[in-house]
Write a protein that binds this ligand. Structure first.
Ligand code: ADP
Ligand code: MG
Length: 323
C-alpha cells in the first residue's frame, strides 16, 4: 500500500511546462500560476461521483480522461486558454493498476491541451473526482451566456445524442439493432468526450454567447436565453444527429439530440452577418458546425419541424429531479 505522498509522486507529479506559466507546481502548500500580463483567470470546477456520473467499474483510463474533459469543455465554452488544473480525489483504496490507468488517461488529455496538473488533495473515501481548471482570457473577450441578441444565428458543433446512446447501451435499454461500430462510437462519446477548445478560442470576437452541452441541448440553451433575456426558434430537423443514432427510431433520434446530455459540444450564437466568419473559424479548427435556429426577442424556446409545425420538448437532465 503506497503512502499518500508516494502515490502523488508516482502517479500525478510531472514536470511543469518550461514557459513560466506554472511558477510552482505540485509539492508545496499552494501552486503558483502566472497568467500573462493583463489576462483574467477563468476558473471552473466539476465533480464526478461514482454511481451518479459514472458506473462502478468504468474503465479507469477513460474516467481519467473524462474527468478533465468535462472541465476543459467549460473553458472551451468561454473561449479561454488552459493554464493548469487541480485534482481532488477520494479513493476507496490505492490500487496501482487503477491509478496507473486513471492518471494515464487524465495526464494524456492534459498534455494534449497543454494544461498541467498543479496540485490537489487525496483522501480515502467513496470514489469521487473533483477537478478545478484554470484558464486565461483577455478582459471582455470571454464568450458568456448573456450576450445573445435577437437575430443571432444559433450554432452547434459536432453532433448530438451519441453519448445518450452509449448510456442506453450500458443500461441495457431496448434499442433497434446496433452495429459494432455504432456501439463503439456511442460508448466512446459517453466515456471519452473531446472538449472543443480550439473552436471556442477561434470564436472569440465572433460568437455573442456560448455554452457547452452537458445536460442536453434544450436545457442548456435555456440558460443562454434566460441570461440573455431573449428567446429562440430552433428547427429540430436541422439538429446534427450523431451517425451512430441513425438506425434508431426518429423519436429516439429527436429526443436524444434534443435532451440526451453528456454531448460536450458547444452551442453558440453569432450575428447573422458573421455567418462566413463562423464557417471559417470552424474550418480552421477542423470542427463541424451546424446552424440550427435563431434568437428571437420573444422569451421561450420554440421547437419546429422542417415544415414549421410545433414540436414538444422532451425534459432535460437535472440531478435534483432525476430518479
Ligand atoms: P496540504 O496538506 O498542504 O494540503 P497535501 O499533503 O494534501 O498538502 O498535498 C501535498 C502536495 O501534493 C500539495 O502540493 C498538493 O497540491 C499535492 N497533491 C495532493 N493530492 C494531489 C492530487 N490528487 N493530484 C495532484 N496533486 C496533489
Ligand atoms: Mg491537502
Amino acid at each position: 500500500m503506497l503512502s499518500e505522498f508516494a502515490l502523488i509522486r508516482r502517479y500525478f507529479d510531472r514536470a511543469s511546462p518550461a514557459d513560466g506559466r506554472i511558477a510552482l507546481g505540485i509539492g508545496d502548500d499552494c501552486a503558483l500560476l502566472q497568467p500573462r500580463a493583463g489576462m483574467q483567470l477563468a476558473v471552473s470546477t466539476d465533480m464526478l461521483v461514482e454511481g451518479r456520473h459514472f458506473f462502478a467499474g468504468t474503465d479507469a483510463g477513460r474516467l481519467g480522461h473524462k474527468s478533465l474533459a468535462v472541465n476543459l469543455s467549460d473553458l472551451a465554452a468561454m473561449g479561454a486558454t488552459p493554464l493548469g488544473f487541480t485534482l481532488a480525489l477520494a479513493l476507496p483504496s490505492s490500487e496501482s493498476g487503477w491509478l496507473a490507468a486513471f492518471s494515464g488517461g487524465l495526464l494524456a488529455l492534459a498534455e494534449q491541451h497543454d494544461c498541467p496538473l498543479v496540485g490537489g488533495d487525496t483522501t480515502a473515501g467513496p470514489l469521487t473526482i473533483s477537478i478545478t481548471v484554470f484558464g486565461e482570457i483577455a478582459p471582455g473577450a470571454a464568450l458568456r451566456r448573456d450576450g445573445a441578441r435577437p437575430g443571432d444565428d444559433i450554432w452547434i458543433s459536432g453532433s448530438l445524442g451519441e453519448a445518450r446512446l452509449g448510456l442506453a447501451v450500458l443500461r441495457g435499454e431496448s434499442l433497434a439493432p446496433l452495429s459494432e461500430d455504432a456501439r463503439g462510437t456511442a460508448l466512446e462519446r459517453l466515456e471519452s468526450p473531446h472538449p472543443r477548445l480550439p473552436l471556442g478560442q477561434a470564436l472569440r470576437g465572433i460568437a455573442t454567447a456560448a455554452i457547452d452541452l452537458s445536460d442536453g441541448f434544450t436545457g442548456d440553451i435555456a440558460h443562454v436565453l434566460e441570461r440573455s433575456g431573449c428567446g429562440a426558434t430552433v428547427v429540430v430537423d436541422s439538429l446534427p444527429v450523431g451517425a451512430a443514432l441513425r438506425d434508431q427510431s426518429l423519436a429516439l433520434q429527436r429526443a436524444w439530440s434534443l435532451a440526451g446530455g453528456d454531448d460536450y459540444e458547444l452551442c453558440f450564437t453569432a450575428p447573422a452577418d458573421l455567418h462566413d466568419a463562423v464557417i471559417a473559424a470552424a474550418a480552421r479548427t477542423g470542427t463541424p458546425v451546424t446552424r440550427v435556429g435563431r434568437i428571437d426577442a420573444a422569451p421561450g424556446l420554440r421547437l419546429q419541424d422542417a415544415h414549421g409545425a410545433q414540436v414538444l420538448a422532451p425534459p432535460s437532465f437535472d440531478h435534483f429531479q432525476a430518479s
